[in-house]
Design a protein around this ligand. Structure first.
Ligand code: UDP
Length: 310
């Protein structure tokens, strides 16, 4: 998402500072920007204090590993990124007089007991489980943003992002869309965790970026859901990807991870009201673009390996 935001702002003629610890972000996604005069890259972890010279108007805090496998690999660092990282960026925003947006998450609703999650729903989160470092981390980050907005004079925005996919996602990311596509393109069986009846709602990255930019420009200080309300079971997703890639692979079932949410679907009426926003890219359309991107990426990787072997 970060690289797509950079691209958008560079296209619009802004000066962009991309700050990343490269824990999950790939330098490959931003190397095309290194020649742009308005682009600067700083390798830094926001868990440490952040100091940046010069004027800053807006800060998008997109930090934190978001794939369960990745954020659970170092849970303490995940929680620190959400808490200490958010605090460091809020201090920077206060110091610079910048507006700041938090990429929060649908995970703050935990394993929801209601089928359409609106911003009023307070969630059902397990504080002592493998997802807690991320879910509770993002919850405290929201609290910090709200405090700085309400009592510290900082212009804060909070986006609750639902599952998002698209080009530039690491093939090894581990989340369901990239897993299924990469497996299908390599004719390896698609791994469904559990029965595959759990649901998710998938938003294409260009829609999400548009929602983030609109939210930043709006006056809304309270959290806003951003996601595509189309809801699919993981079985449906697997069948779609299998059909679209014409894979020879089948489907295998693997154990369901602990605390895996059974359902997720955003109520986006607030985003429609306050931002005039709604996603435009249907799942099939977004999958097509994403499959094409992975096809090229995997073939480039194969060529690179072949060249090293020569
Ligand atoms: N999932 C799956 N196969 C995979 C990866 C994930 O069936 O190879 C399931 C996972 O158990 C969850 C859903 O797909 O129910 C979405 O998982 P993901 O990790 O993409 O995101 P999150 O659980 O954070 O929404």
């Amino acid at each position: 998402m970060g690289s797509h935001l950079c691209q958008r702002f560079l296209n619009e003629g802004h000066q962009v500072i991309c700050l990343d610890n490269l824990q999950t972000g790939s330098i490959r996604n931003i190397t095309p920007f290194f020649d742009a005069s308005g682009f600067r890259f700083i390798e830094h972890d926001i868990c440490e204090p952040v100091s940046v010279a010069g004027r800053i108007d807006e800060i998008y805090n997109m930090a934190c590993a978001a794939s369960p496998g990745r954020y659970q690999a170092d849970p303490i660092h995940t929680s620190r990124t959400c808490f200490q990282g958010a605090l460091n960026l809020l201090e920077l925003a206060k110091d610079k007089g910048a507006r700041i947006l938090l990429s929060s998450t649908s995970e703050i609703y935990g394993d929801p007991e209601v089928s359409l999650q609106s911003e009023e729903y307070r969630g059902s989160v397990n504080t002592c489980g493998p997802r807690a470092c991320y879910d509770e981390g993002k919850r405290i980050a929201e609290t910090l943003f709200w405090e700085f907005g309400a009592h510290q004079g900082v212009e804060t925005r909070i986006a609750r992002i639902f599952n998002t996919y698209g080009p530039n996602m690491d093939p090894e990311d581990g989340r369901v869309v990239s897993n299924f596509i990469v497996q299908a393109l390599q004719d390896q069986d698609l791994t469904i965790y559990g029965t595959g009846e759990q649901t998710r709602s998938f938003c294409f990255v260009s829609d999400l970026v548009d929602g983030l930019v609109r939210l930043m420009a709006s006056d809304e200080k309270m959290p806003v859901n951003l996601g595509n309300p189309g809801e699919f079971t993981m079985l449906e997703l697997a069948r779609k990807v299998a059909k679209m890639t014409r894979t020879r692979a089948g489907i295998v079932h693997k154990p369901l991870p602990q605390d895996d949410p059974r359902q997720r679907r955003p109520d986006i009426s607030k985003a429609a009201d306050v931002l005039g926003w709604a996603p435009e890219v249907a799942l099939e359309q977004g999958l097509e673009t994403t499959i094409d991107w992975y096809r090229e990426r995997l073939s480039a990787d194969r060529e690179a390996v072949a060249q090293v072997g020569q």
